[in-house]
Design a protein around this ligand. Structure first.
Ligand SMILES: [Fe+2]
Ligand SMILES: [Fe+2]
Length: 176
């Protein structure tokens, strides 16, 4: 069984894999001239990269070894415009399970500082699962005319930082 720091290192790989998957999804929509969908996933890719780098900073602060795991190539081909969002939602749900398992491991090992670090990620996952669920509903409703989805995303563009950003853990090298 992995120790808590080893598991945090594994999670760094999962966060980078999520980032790569979102770049692949963004490029897929960009190639179809769906700029709002593309922009949404380009932003998500940067967020996932920042998550990975928060974990790097945590390991540095804890004086633990930093491993930067290689990642599997993302899926780049999709049967229709709904499939990438379904994949993204499944990915967010999987990451939620991974973070929950990390929290449990931190508790078992008495790594309370590590557990506290992860609390922000639990909140973040709640938000990401909720917003991806919403996006899936929007894309399913608009799949016959994706310009409706583009209009919706254009209107719903975030006009400020999420309240979660204020309490976010520090990012190694600075947040992008
Ligand atoms: Fe993440
Ligand atoms: Fe995420």
């Amino acid at each position: 069984m992995s120790t808590f720091p080893e598991s945090v290192n594994e999670q760094i790989g999962y966060e980078f894999a999520a980032s790569q998957q979102y770049i692949a999804i963004a490029a897929y929509y960009d190639a179809q001239t769906l700029p709002q969908l593309a922009a949404h996933f380009y932003r998500q890719a940067v967020e996932e990269r920042n998550h990975a780098m928060m974990m790097v900073q945590y390991l540095l602060d804890a004086d633990e070894e930093v491993v930067v795991p290689g990642v599997e190539a993302p899926q780049t081909q999709f049967e229709d415009a709904v499939a990438p969002v379904s994949l993204a939602l499944a990915q967010e749900k999987r990451v939620t399970t991974q973070i929950v398992e990390l929290v449990k491991l931190a508790r078992e090992e008495g790594e309370l500082v590590g557990e506290q670090f992860l609390h922000w990620f639990l909140q973040e996952q709640r938000e990401e699962v909720a917003s991806m669920t919403e996006l899936l509903a929007v894309v399913e409703r608009g799949k016959d005319n994706l310009l409706h989805v583009e209009e919706h995303l254009g209107r719903a563009a975030p006009d400020g930082a999420s309240p979660l950003e204020a309490g976010a853990p520090p990012v190694a090298g600075g947040a992008l």
